[in-house]
Ligand binder design. Structure first.
Ligand code: SAH
Length: 339
């Protein structure tokens, strides 16, 4: 079987070149080509013809196929539907902000976490993405837009901590100076709360931002929305987040999707504020995107404001997520679902 070279760090490429009896310094050259967006060995003109032919026999360069692009006329947001080599599809989103361009990356084809408001989990988990497939979402989008990406959020389809090994490799690769050179602090990983992995993550990547999908102030509501809460409950999660903050010195972002009539009244806000009291954190309120398959609805704008005000009064840092690409918006994961 051919070697998937986009799955490798520079160090691993050096070993690879050693194994095929080539000079180690070729690793850096090849790696630079990959992350400048080369998709064939023939483009790598500073490698000899013989070496390029050898590489062609031994290795391949991962390339996702663009199936569909939805472009927002309002703010430049683009949603991509990619097809993987085995026919699975995934979504990624390109967003333009004042501070730079951002890509929302998928970590799995499908998801097995079963959150009741999320379209990505409806068909269950098909498989984990490789580091190469995660990295190529960024490269394909840079190529298509002609723009440089400065920020990565792992908030697309899938639970990144359910694919921890490949996620870690992906972070090491995109952080590499010889490649995309994305700073650890420019990367955010969002999880539904797999506690053992949050602890590992604090050790392995103390500078990468952590976002936690909380979505409820107590177990009664969270159990209803997120089955994973039956395994790792709200108090345990918040305890682990406190540990994370102590260890890394970094704040945690709590994502809170406001679901009409479920978790969005003033009492819920007060309960949440009490739970988060004294923590170095930030709450990101997201009016729920309606998902056709579910009868849960997003909270009205006025009620979002009321919820926000309660948190602010209690001294909790809070923002309401800006709706990017609202004109192309099918809820998270719906582009994939419809195809
Ligand atoms: N599995 C990870 C990351 C992917 S989901 C996680 O749970 O964090 C990224 C974010 O989108 C999560 O906060 C998730 O709860 C949220 N989300 C999923 N479906 C949504 C919807 N219909 N409306 C608003 N946010 C949604």
């Amino acid at each position: 079987m051919k070697t998937n070279i986009k799955n490798m760090t520079v160090k691993e490429l050096e070993t690879f070149f050693g194994n095929i009896e080539e000079k180690k310094f070729r690793a850096k050259q090849l790696f630079q080509w990959l992350y400048r967006g080369a998709y064939s060995f023939d483009e790598m003109t500073d490698l000899s013809k013989e070496l390029r032919e050898k590489l062609e026999k031994e290795a391949f360069i991962e390339q996702l196929k663009i199936v569909k692009i939805q472009k927002s006329k309002k703010d430049g947001t683009r949603k991509y539907l990619f097809e993987l080599s085995d026919g699975n599809t995934i979504e990624s989103v390109f967003m333009k902000y004042k501070f730079g361009n951002s890509v929302c990356v998928s970590s799995q084809a499908g998801c097995r976490m079963g959150c009741s408001f999320c379209a990505s989990t409806i068909g269950g988990l098909n498989r984990n993405l490789t580091a190469a497939e995660m990295a190529d979402q960024i490269l394909s989008i840079e190529k298509d837009t002609g723009e440089k990406i400065g920020n990565i959020v792992v908030m697309g389809t899938g639970e990144p901590f359910d694919n921890y090994e490949n996620l870690s490799q992906f972070i090491r690769i995109i952080n590499s100076k010889e490649g995309l050179n994305l700073g650890m602090r420019s990367i955010t990983v969002s999880t539904c709360g797999l506690i053992p992995k949050i602890k590992e993550f604090a050790n392995d990547f103390p500078q990468v931002n952590l976002a936690l999908s909380l979505h409820a102030p107590n177990d009664k509501i969270r159990n209803m929305l997120m089955p994973i809460n039956n395994k790792y409950n709200v108090d345990e999660l918040l305890e682990v987040c406190r540990g994370y903050i102590n260890k890394t010195g970094r704040r945690v972002t709590f994502e809170y999707a406001l679901v009409k009539g479920i978790n969005d009244n003033i009492n819920h806000a007060e309960e949440l504020a009490l739970k988060l009291k004294g923590m170095i954190c930030h709450v990101n309120l997201i009016p729920l995107n309606n998902v056709l398959e579910s009868n849960l609805k997003g909270t009205e704008r006025d009620d979002v404001e009321k919820f926000k005000n309660v948190l602010e009064k209690k001294g909790i840092q809070v923002t309401v997520r800006r709706e990017m690409g609202s004109d192309i918006d099918a809820a998270c994961g719906q582009l994939r679902l419809r195809n």
